[in-house]
Design a protein around this ligand. Sequence first.
Ligand SMILES: *Cc1c(COP(=O)(O)O)cnc(C)c1O
Length: 229
Amino acid sequence: MDDIAHNIERIQQRIDRAAQRANRDPKDVRLVAVSKTVDVDRIRQAISAGITILGENYVQEAKKKIELVGMDVHWHMVGHLQSNKARHAVKLFHMIHSLDSISLAQELNRRAKAAGRTVKVLVQVNLSDEYTKSGVSPDDVEKFLIPLIPLAHVRVRGLMCMPTFFNEPERVRPFFKALRELRDRLNKIKLPGIELKELSMGMSGDFEVAIEEGATLVRVGTAIFGSRS
Ligand SMILES: *Cc1c(COP(=O)(O)O)cnc(C)c1O
């Protein structure tokens, strides 16, 4: 078995065990293989080993790979998305994890409508405002969701976070917990047409803790493909 297949098998076992520890069904946790900088051959190996969702950070890079690999697998945009890339993004990605501005949502809506599609999005929440400047502050998410309600071609499915200290799992646990609590609180408000099911949280260093705290999508790069140069 090659490295990538071996890594995926190990990670899948760790996912299953983390879910079981939290009395969750492992099937409710989906593995997103983050393939930024990874070449198409290795992406194909990952797909052969059972990967069904790939995560990319840059639209141009993703576009080239998707042309070669195809869309039988699902492609998720996990990196920051600029509005001027929305036209490509709505055609390439099954889900965008990084919605962080109303103007981006409006542009995605306009482009998805023109392409005859709807696009699934997660709102990126900035819980720690240290690692990245992107993301909506937790106090503002409810207000942020209101203007998204009438956008018929943008479906808000959940929340995403990328806290600091991702190599110290116990230090990030409170952030993962906070994201879950925020999601549950927002769902209680019952905004029309908005059901926040997904929690995209956890990376190579901390995905097990994220699963224990409720992650439904874990974004794992290095632990699958090895370190990026
Ligand atoms: C690169 C990246 C990941 C994967 O990180 P690893 O530590 O390599 O698992 C996850 N999410 C986002 C947004 C990323 O940019």
